[in-house]
Ligand binder design. Structure first.
Ligand SMILES: [Zn+2]
Length: 155
C-alpha cells in the first residue's frame, strides 16, 4: 500500500486491533485512549490521552501503536500525548464496557458502585478493597455467588 492511500478511517480500524496492555480484551480505541488520527503526506499523527495517571501502560501503548502502523507500511508515525481534557471512564465505548464485563471486570459507573456481579449478574455486591489487581481497579465481592471480582473505577 502506498502511503498516500492511507486514510484516517483505515488507521482507526488498525488501531481497533491494538489491545490495551492491561486489559487485552478491549482495544485502545474502545478504551478511549486514541483521540485523533491525522494523515498528512507520508506520515500519520496519532493523538493519545493517558488513562489513570501513573498507569505505566502508556509507554507500551505508544510502542504498540507505532508497531501496528509500521507493520502496515506507514513510514512515519508521530504520537502526540494530550493530557487535557483528561481521560475519563465516560470515554470507554459501550462495546468496551460489554467486553470488560465478559472478561469478569465490572465496568465503571458514575455512582462508584458496580451495577452487578460480572459472573452471575446479581445486584447485591460488597466492596472488599479499594485496590484490586491494578490501581485502576477496586476489588468487590458478589453477595450471591460469593465470587470476588474487579471493578473498573469510575473517573
Ligand atoms: Zn455473582
Amino acid at each position: 500500500m502506498s502511503p498516500e492511500s492511507i486514510t484516517a478511517d483505515q488507521v482507526w480500524t488498525w488501531l481497533e486491533g491494538v489491545p490495551d496492555p492491561e486489559i487485552p480484551v478491549i482495544s485502545i480505541v474502545d478504551l478511549g485512549v486514541v483521540r485523533d488520527v491525522v494523515c498528512a503526506n507520508e506520515s500519520v499523527t496519532v493523538t493519545i490521552t493517558p488513562t489513570y495517571s501513573g498507569c505505566p501502560a502508556m509507554a507500551v501503548i505508544a510502542e504498540d501503536i507505532k508497531l501496528a502502523l509500521e507493520k502496515r507500511g506507514v513510514v512515519s508515525v508521530e504520537l502526540v500525548t494530550k493530557i487535557a481534557p483528561p481521560w475519563t471512564t465516560d470515554w470507554l465505548s459501550e462495546k468496551g464496557k460489554a467486553r470488560l464485563e465478559d472478561y469478569g471486570i465490572a465496568p465503571p459507573r458514575q455512582t462508584g458502585v458496580p451495577e452487578r456481579c460480572p459472573n452471575c449478574h446479581a445486584t447485591t455486591v460488597t466492596k472488599v478493597s479499594q485496590f484490586g489487581s491494578t490501581p485502576c481497579k477496586a476489588q468487590w465481592r458478589c453477595d450471591d455467588c460469593l465470587e470476588p471480582f474487579d471493578y473498573f473505577k469510575c473517573l
